[in-house]
Design a protein around this ligand. Structure first.
Ligand code: ARG
Length: 586
């Protein structure tokens, strides 16, 4: 692990072990059993290169470190090397670089300027963003931030689901019920209007074959570029986009590219020709497919429907070629629910068969479903509905904000009204977003307002509270000490202070692992651990006056305040990376 704490030690260890810095950094890290030491190095793998046995090597490195690095206690325990630093040495190693760049603990150069495309959110138009859309939207948003922080060049893509047979139905319904643009414009909620129309026409189509035929005819017209069909499609799309953007603004998510499925509709011919010439195509049940049985996939990848219309996989393949041409990506991730795993396996396999150079750099970042607590039936329900209508993302966010508002009203009634508003928004949304990110993404998420908003639990509000608590100490300090002496890292001698610093130093590895595994929960856990050390640190002052940040010794106080500032900045940046706000008061 190469981070603020280990970086200065790695050169000495590498030299003694006759190894490269990279080999050493892979092995050096926190000990497997907490509390034994601050860092540990298993010497097995390095011994051979050093020309001695692991225990001997551990001893040699221990004495080398002790002579070159003051403030270090290094000890061989058999084939392991245990390293313990004095609190002041830890403070020195972390604080100095943080003063130069407060974001340093949550930055890495691992990405080395490589380019990553993140395809996320990508909802289907003419429908609302339902609660479950939180997953792709906020996992994708967090990943984009994390890749950025780890030195990647990030492209955020919303691959709108704005094409397909659903639009044929919608147009058929619109014509059948004789609507005009005025009807849509005067609807209270345009997306609800379209959604209800879609439900009605789908039901009618089930009962009446002629309705189905109409829908098919409109689908075909749309594909053939009929002007009336295109115009209506554009109207539906604009109405949806207005609504989507309202929600994206609320959750603070933006995209660099909005090229959706429709964009690729007239750009698939080169790919279809290439597939044709490559001899990969065959016909199965009247559809044109690529057989994938040789790569262990039972079903073929569907390229063209029986009537010649193209399919989801064909559009994804075309879009991927386009992204590669435009961004020359080194990796491309698709943040889409696990239910679509097969779709991605299939078209990734076709890309590979076509010899695409990028084929091995495509990753499906899947995730589990959202379960919501059903108050009435007292159980976790898979499809969260209220009176049969799917729970909208904005409904959940608004309710969470309202509940947060009540909590703040109780905790901090003197906060100015406008601030209560903005804090409630940050806390209410933070609760929902963090609940979604804190567990491994492939697990299903259980959502219950009380749990997500619990200030004492492993929640977003808990992290936000730790951040606000640090901000409040900073404010008090400024009031108390107008001409405080300079801070001095040597005065940070308490175990609690060292513990906070050790946890800050580990966040860089958490960031790198989060990126490597496309797993925001790794950072979420790191931040929770940090917040809990902050809480122990600040609580120690309740029983021991001399442990307080604002203590009698002004020089000690200044030094502790410096640690407060660095910790606050780190927590704030961690929250931002995960997509949460960090209010200064709560
Ligand atoms: N629109 C699709 C859906 O809502 C998700 C698209 C995911 N991205 C992709 N490139 N296929 O199910």
């Amino acid at each position: 692990m190469q981070d603020l704490l280990t970086a200065p030690l790695i050169a000495t260890i590498a030299e003694t072990a006759k190894a490269t810095a990279e080999q050493v950094s892979k092995l050096l890290g926190p000990p497997t059993k907490a509390g034994m030491a601050d860092l540990a190095l298993p010497c097995f793998a390095l011994a051979k290169g050093a020309g001695c046995n692991p225990a001997e090597l551990a001893g040699n490195i221990a004495s080398a470190l002790e002579t070159t690095h003051p403030g270090i206690q290094a000890q061989a325990a058999g084939p392991f090397l245990n390293i313990t630093l004095t609190p002041a040495a830890v403070a020195q190693a972390i604080i100095t670089p943080c003063l130069e760049n407060p974001q340093r603990p949550l930055r890495s150069q691992l990405g080395d300027g490589k380019t990553i495309c993140v395809d996320f959110s990508s909802p289907n138009i003419a429908k609302h963003l339902a609660f479950h859309h939180i997953r792709s939207t906020m996992i994708g948003n967090a990943l984009a931030h994390l890749y950025d922080a780890a030195g990647w060049n990030t492209v955020r893509i919303n691959f709108l689901g704005d094409w397909g047979t659903a639009f044929g139905r919608l147009i058929a319904g619109w014509k059948r019920e004789n609507y005009s643009l005025n009807d849509l414009n005067s609807a209270e909620d345009k997306v609800t209007f379209l959604n209800e129309l879609y439900v009605r026409i789908s039901q009618a189509a089930k009962a009446d074959e002629t309705v189905m035929d109409e829908a098919r005819a409109w689908s075909k017209k749309l594909e053939d570029g009929d002007s009336e069909a295109r115009e209506l499609w554009q109207i539906f799309k604009d109405a949806s986009l207005t609504e989507f953007n309202r929600v994206y603004d609320l959750v603070g998510v933006h995209f660099d590219s909005w090229k959706g499925e429709a964009y690729y509709e007239d750009k698939m011919q080169p790919l279809l020709d290439e597939l044709e010439h490559s001899g990969l195509l065959s016909v199965s049940d009247d559809a044109t497919v690529v057989d994938l049985s040789d790569v262990g996939l039972k079903k073929p990848c569907l390229i063209k429907r029986a009537d010649g219309g193209t399919l989801y996989a064909t559009r994804d393949l075309t879009a991927c070629d386009d992204r590669f041409a435009e961004f020359n990506f080194d990796r491309s991730v698709y943040v889409v629910d696990l239910g679509q795993s097969l779709h991605f396996k299939e078209w990734y396999a076709v890309a590979k068969k076509l010899g695409r150079s990028y084929a091995d750099n495509l990753r499906h970042v899947g995730f589990g479903i959202v379960l919501m607590w059903d108050e009435e039936n007292e159980k976790w329900a898979r499809v969260a509905t209220r009176n049969g209508v799917p729970m909208l993302l904005t409904d959940v966010l608004n309710e969470s904000i309202e509940r947060a508002r009540a909590i703040i009203e109780e905790k901090n009634p003197d906060l100015p009204e406008a601030e209560k508003e903005s804090v409630a928004k940050a806390v209410g949304m933070g609760a929902v977003v963090f609940n979604d990110l804190k567990n491994g993404r492939t697990n299903d998420v259980k959502f219950k307002f009380e749990d997500a908003l619990n200030m004492q639990g492993e929640t977003g509000p808990y992290l936000q509270f730790a951040h606000a608590r640090l901000c409040s100490i900073e404010r008090k300090f400024t009031d108390l000490h107008s001409d405080a002496p300079a801070a001095n890292t040597a005065l940070l001698t308490r175990t609690e202070e060292k513990d906070v610093l050790l946890h800050i130093s580990r966040l860089q590895a958490a960031l790198e692992r989060a990126v490597d595994e496309d797993e925001p929960s790794v950072l979420a856990s790191g931040l929770l651990s940090l917040a809990s050390t902050v809480s122990s640190w600040l609580t120690a002052g309740n029983t021991d006056r001399s442990a307080r940040v604002l203590c009698e010794d002004a020089a000690v106080s200044s030094s502790r305040l410096q640690l407060v500032r660095i910790t606050r900045a780190t927590l704030g940046e961690g929250l931002r990376l995960l997509g949460l706000g960090a209010p200064e008061r709560m």
